[in-house]
Design a protein around this ligand. Sequence first.
Ligand code: DX5
Ligand code: ZN
Length: 216
Amino acid sequence: MAVKVAPSILSGDFAKVGAEVSRMEKAGADMIHCDVMDGLFVPNLTFGHKMVADIRKHANTPLDVHLMIIQPERYLDKFISSGADFLSFHVEATEQPKDNLMTIRNAGVKAGLAVCPDTPIEDIYPLLDFCDYVVVMGVYPGFSGQSYIPTTTDKIRKLASEISRRKLPVEIELDGGANEDNVRMLVEAGATILVSGSCAFNSPTPEKVISTFRGE
Ligand code: DX5
Ligand code: ZN
């Protein structure tokens, strides 16, 4: 499956978000990753659904919205109507992951389940039938620019093998810590969507980072 690269606006300049989105799309982004943080599930605050709706007006690529908020069921409708094309929430943040996945899917949006570094990947196997993609965190959620946690690769491999054994149409997204040195390993392990925060945004040549991530 072709690898897609999703630069995370978290590493961009929030005061000129439209220009930052265009800069990444010109550099070859396949989609734009939007990190929503509530200061409770993670120790950081970012933005809410209005920002996603405003980004939607500037973006020509799909929006991949990653909710790092407790009880995401409170806000799914808002993010769906803001124009998310992919919408994920954390399995650790809710007691009703299956209902949430169904709500997202029933709205015609790709439903994703995100998994923190300390959560065993096997925990989500019973939910795979309801997912379009799984977000495997390569760092503790909350901040961009952290180092990749090496045990993540094994989680991606295990998940890829479970998905293939059950012949499920589920994609694996790696979020956090991707860089030009580890991307081939991540793709070899089974990731087909790669989030890039600091690596793409901090580079003077993001088009080179994005094509390296894609394996071109
Ligand atoms: C972390 C976010 C990531 C982050 C990735 O909580 O979910 O999307 O922006 O940034 P890098 O690629 O710099 O690790
Ligand atoms: Zn993210």
